[in-house]
Design a protein around this ligand. Structure first.
Ligand code: C2E
Ligand code: MG
Ligand code: MG
Ligand code: MG
Length: 277
């Protein structure tokens, strides 16, 4: 193709394109040692009980403090970590660190002794059949209670035919860990699918929450998810709450837990401990 394009073939080697590829290759290389170099840090976004606005836990969100690029968003480097398989090494580090940090939150005050930490898992991590054993070992060595560790999975993970996701999910739940379905509503599975999944909670995606006050369809869908979850005995968590009106509507509709910039942004461990105190 480049040949037949003749003199226009330079377009294929446009510098900005090269830069993109170069940057990507570099990122791949640097990500391999980012953990050892202490460039990856965990941020925690508080999760609140809607009824009384008390903090009940936090979601662990990874940040890469790159010496040159600044803070790289997980939407960029998690994809790189997935494609290179690096996530398989990174994943357990993240879970362990989250448990260690959560043990410190729990020591702050008696009302916080049950705080949970939820950790995001990607498809690749679930392909690892040893995950339940790894998680079990982490819980044992950190002293974290299994019910205090929540793992967030997306629909794509759950519906992936290449893995026995149901089997893995069952083994994780047998260990006492809670499973949450993340970004619900954005995938391909219908509402009725929820019934067949071994999950303890469902997170309503931010895109629905953001339009909930103005879009009747999003409101109806949110109501339907909450109704379905309640009848199944599943916890409902809303993500991306930015306005007081959204908070009130979700609380009135029966949403159990919520997180979002209105309530608290992701922050480092020191700031989260300060918030708890
Ligand atoms: P997610 O699990 O759906 O996480 C929620 C994202 O929404 C986070 O973005 C959070 O900072 C952002 N957010 C929270 N509240 C609000 C709000 O009120 N408004 C807006 N506009 N955004 C809000 P973040 O930290 O950039 O993470 C993006 C995604 O990267 C996460 O989506 C998750 O899928 C993935 N991710 C993050 N950390 C990890 C990790 O340790 N492992 C894996 N496998 N994936 C991770
Ligand atoms: Mg999540
Ligand atoms: Mg989410
Ligand atoms: Mg989301």
């Amino acid at each position: 193709q480049a040949k037949t394009a003749g003199k226009h073939c330079y377009r294929f080697y446009h510098p900005s394109m090269e830069q993109v590829v170069e940057r990507r290759v570099r990122m791949e290389k640097e990500l391999r040692t980012a953990w050892e170099r202490d460039e990856l840090t965990m941020y925690y976004q508080p999760v609140f009980r809607m009824s009384d606005r008390q903090i009940v836990g936090a979601e662990a969100l990874l940040r890469w403090q790159h010496p040159e690029y600044g803070v790289v968003a997980p939407s960029v480097f998690i994809a790189v970590a997935e494609e290179t398989g690096l996530i398989e090494q990174l994943g357990p580090h993240v879970i362990r660190k989250a448990c260690i940090d959560a043990m410190r939150w729990r020591a702050v005050a008696p009302k916080y002794t049950d705080l949970f930490v939820s950790v995001n898992l990607s498809v690749r991590q679930l392909r690892d059949a040893w995950l339940p054993e790894q998680v079990g070992e982490i819980l044992k060595s950190t002293g974290m209670s299994p019910e205090g560790l929540h793992l967030e999975l997306t629909e794509t993970v759950v519906l992936d035919d290449a893995i026995d996701s149901r089997g893995l999910m069952r083994r994780l739940r047998d260990a006492g860990v809670k499973l949450w379905l993340d970004d619900f509503g954005t995938g391909f599975s219908g509402l009725s699918h929820l019934r067949r999944l071994p999950v303890d909670g469902v997170k309503i995606d931010r895109t629905f929450v953001s339009d909930i006050l103005h879009d009747a369809d999003d409101r109806a869908l949110t109501r339907a998810i909450i109704g379905m979850a309640q009848s199944l005995g599943i916890v409902v968590i809303a993500e991306g709450i930015e306005e007081q009106g959204q908070y009130e509507l979700l609380r009135e509709t029966g949403c159990d837990l919520g997180q979002g910039y209105l309530l608290g942004k992701p922050m480092d461990q020191q700031s989260f401990l300060k918030l708890l105190r």
